[in-house]
Design a protein around this ligand. Structure first.
Ligand SMILES: Nc1ncnc2c1ncn2[C@@H]1O[C@H](COP(=O)(O)OP(=O)(O)O)[C@@H](O)[C@H]1O
Ligand SMILES: [Mg+2]
Length: 445
């Protein structure tokens, strides 16, 4: 029985060859690299060696060369079986280094067994000679070997670099996605929380308002009654208590109290109405009930968002509205509110001195547009180019996350719209969001 030595650093490659050859009736030895192959060849004296080319320690080419230099191994035909070196020069080098044949991976079991059989008959037919090739020839072969190795190394390095870059890119993308998800979830849960609190505030606000209205009516009646008492007291100056009651009236400032009660109640009613409006805005801003798509008028969405951001805006800017008569858009309102909020906050944060923020809406054939223009500090070209990058911020740590615009752009793109910016240093910035009336990706639920 002929024995074959299979050399491959890849376990699967070794097992496949072993299977094919054993099936064909050969005895099979195996080795994981050229160095182990040399040892096994010396101890087992195989009839044919079939070896991979690219392997650690000693590769297939060097294995050929060393076998051919060793008088006890020189007669063993070697088949190089490789997928890594597929250029013609590589194959020529293999043959010039003493390989019997160069087979390209993957080859069929049939081809492999056939080639092994050919190698066997060739080695039986060819008498063993001890003729060594000349030094010149050997040098030439070594030089080509070096060249092939060098080329391979370069190609492998490039592959490695490419795969590292790919890896880094996907890692970055993953990081960005992760923080965007966190940010969006945070917004969603803040929205939910706000809507919950708003709901809780709504109930007591209801009876506070209604009680205040009743109180105001009662005060009026009391006022009327006291006025009447006063009148009747004045009409009988002989009454023993008149003086004392008058003094008391002055001391207790009853006149003032009566007029102030009316003011206090009115003020409180006004406050209650404001709280109600804030609660209403909070509810419609977070739109927990509308996490799904619906038809929305963006003028209303903007109004709500202004109210939510009011505390951040009121000290730094006046807000001007130039709202056009625009049709409704099919969208995720909760998400668009987040976009408008980001734009408004950025505008407010760009103010170095009190200025103005102008909101415009209009519509054209392609859909609805919203612009947010500020008279803030503007941005230079190198900043403008990077503002949509996740984590890009010029704000101090803790103030900016650099996620606002990247998330906003994401949301707008998801709505099949676009977001553009114009800015001039020292003059201000205008962001324009353009949205189609309905986007193919957002179905009305
Ligand atoms: N209206 C604006 N005026 C000037 N610069 C702006 C404006 N909006 C955004 N920027 C610039 O874009 C950067 C990124 O904005 P953003 O993504 O919202 O992150 P952040 O506000 O957390 O910094 C800001 O740090 C700022 O430099
Ligand atoms: Mg921001």
């Amino acid at each position: 029985m002929y024995s074959i030595l299979v050399v491959d650093d890849d376990e699967l490659g070794r097992s496949m060859l072993k299977l094919f050859l054993q099936d064909a009736g050969f005895m099979v030895h195996s080795a994981v690299d050229g160095a182990e192959a040399l040892q096994t060849a010396r101890s087992e004296a195989p009839d044919v060696i079939i070896t991979d080319a690219l392997m650690p320690i000693i590769d297939g080419f060097e294995l050929c060369r060393q076998c051919k230099m060793d008088s006890s191994l020189r007669h063993i035909p070697i088949i190089i079986y490789s997928g890594d070196y597929d250029r013609e020069e590589d194959q020529r080098l293999g043959l010039s280094m003493g390989a019997f044949r160069y087979l390209l991976k993957p080859s069929s079991a049939e081809t492999i067994v056939k080639t092994v059989n050919e190698a066997l008959s060739e080695s039986i037919l060819t008498p063993r000679t001890d003729s060594d090739s000349s030094l010149d020839e050997q040098m030439q072969v070594l030089r080509s070997y070096n060249e092939v190795l060098f080329n391979k190394l370069e190609a492998k390095m490039q592959q490695l670099e490419e795969s590292i870059t790919r890896h880094q890119k996907s890692e970055e993308a993953l990081k960005v996605m992760h923080s965007q998800i966190i940010q969006q979830e945070k917004m969603a849960s803040i929205g939910q929380l706000a809507a919950g609190v708003a709901h809780e505030i709504n109930n007591p606000m209801g009876f506070i308002s209604s009680n205040l209205t009743t109180l105001s009516r009662y005060a009026e009646r009391l006022d009327e009654y006291i006025a009447r008492l006063h009148q009747s007291l004045e009409s009988c100056p002989s009454h023993p208590d008149t003086e004392e009651i008058d003094a008391m009236r002055k001391k207790l400032k009853v006149e003032y109290i009566i007029s102030d009660i009316r003011e206090l109640v009115n003020e409180s009613l006004d406050g209650a109405t404001r709280v109600k409006r804030i609660v209403q805005d909070l509810k419609s801003f977070s739109r927990v009930d509308q996490a799904e798509s619906c038809r929305v008028n963006l003028n209303e969405a903007l109004e709500t968002t202004i109210n939510i951001a009011w505390n951040e805006l009121k000290y730094v800017a006046t807000v001007e509205r130039h709202f056009g008569d625009i049709p409704d858009v099919v969208c995720y309102p909760q998400q668009l509110n987040q976009v408008f909020l980001n734009l408004l906050l950025n505008a407010a944060q760009s103010m170095e001195k009190p200025g103005s923020i102008t909101l415009r809406t209009w519509s054209d054939d392609s859909g609805v547009c919203v612009s947010v223009a500020d008279t803030g500090k503007g941005m230079p070209e190198e900043v403008r180019q990077r503002i949509f990058e996740p984590f890009f911020t010029t704000k101090e740590p803790g103030k900016g996350t650099g996620l606002g615009l990247s998330i906003s752009a994401d949301i707008v793109h998801k709505h099949a719209g676009d977001i553009t910016v114009e800015s001039e240093v020292g003059q201000g910035t205008t962001f324009t969001v353009r949205l189609p009336l309905a986007s193919p990706t957002i179905a009305l639920k």
